[in-house]
Ligand binder design. Structure first.
Ligand code: KMH
Ligand code: ZN
Length: 284
């Protein structure tokens, strides 16, 4: 395992909403533009440096509406200094062509999943041609991708993608292991470490998240192995047994505590922008 990649501080990403949970089931899920901005501000204060955004429509359903995506990017950018990442994964029902249009909202970063995977009872589709199109578009628009790895095979696909398309804008390669999705890579330290061992040398930083019950063990394993953290209600709705998450900032604050305890305190937004080579799109 590479220790050269181990940073002195920890990048904390918050994924506050996702596309899978219904607002009626979880009223604390931020789905309106106001709730998103309020969440972003609170999570930045709690230690997050990057926000992974899925947008919801007025009906609280997931949407890739270009106007709403732009509103979300601008709103969070105005209110915080967070690195603004838009999901290009969307919901499993979103058409591939529409997922490419996410970049029109001019985010700092976008997710790029490195292959198709089981996703609960469904399938999250990311065929090779789509990955290449999305990657080339991100390079052209100077948007920094975060490569999402749900499977060990996705690590190998990342190798192929870099070989075929070169490095991202800015030259940094940041990946995120998404573990514990039913039917995909399990949320265990063993699976995570197997993935880390396979990372191509071009990778400059990696983070990990665990879905549901895997949230905390994966955070601990990631920190111990030199990785960064992703937390948030997209991935986990329970703070502890019998205690639902009341606000995304609770998960960020706990991640910040854990990272600080392990002598790798949260990265500032400025440090995160440098570590990921984010192009400055801020106007203030
Ligand atoms: N909602 C999942 C189908 C991403 O944001 O790029 C895909 C996902 C990954 O959440
Ligand atoms: Zn997502």
């Amino acid at each position: 395992m590479s220790t050269a990649r181990t940073a002195a501080s920890t990048l904390i990403t918050v994924a506050p909403t996702g596309a899978e949970t219904a607002k009626v089931d979880v009223p604390a899920l931020p789905t309106t533009p106001e709730e998103l901005v309020e969440t972003a501000v609170a999570c930045e204060r709690a230690g997050a440096a990057l926000i992974h955004i899925h947008v919801r429509g007025r009906d609280h359903q997931p949407t890739l509406d270009p106007v709403l995506l732009k509103e979300a990017v601008d709103g969070v950018r105005e209110a915080t200094d967070l690195v603004v990442q838009l999901s290009t994964g969307g919901a499993i029902t979103d058409p591939l062509e529409q997922r490419l249009t996410v970049l029109d909202a001019d985010p700092d970063s976008c997710s790029l999943t490195c292959g198709t995977t089981n996703f609960g009872d469904g399938v999250f589709l990311n065929p090779w041609g789509f990955m290449v199109d999305l990657y080339r578009l991100a390079q052209e628009r100077e948007v920094v991708p975060e490569f999402e790895l749900f499977e060990l095979g996705h690590v190998h696909a990342l190798r192929r993608l870099i070989d075929e398309c070169g490095l991202p804008h800015g030259g940094k390669v940041h990946v995120d292991f998404v573990t514990g999705v039913p039917g995909s890579m399990p949320g265990t330290a063993q699976a995570l470490l197997a993935g880390v061992a396979m990372l191509p040398p071009e990778v400059t930083s990696w983070s990990a998240t665990g879905i549901g019950r895997a949230h905390l063990p994966i955070a601990a394993a990631s920190l111990a192995a030199g990785g960064h953290l992703r937390v948030g209600m997209e991935d986990n709705l329970m703070f502890a047994k019998g205690q639902p998450v009341g606000h995304n900032s609770e998960l960020v604050a706990r991640a910040a505590q854990l990272a600080t305890l392990l002598q790798r305190p949260p990265m500032s937004t400025a440090e995160a922008r440098a570590a990921l080579a984010i192009k400055d799109r801020r106007t203030r």
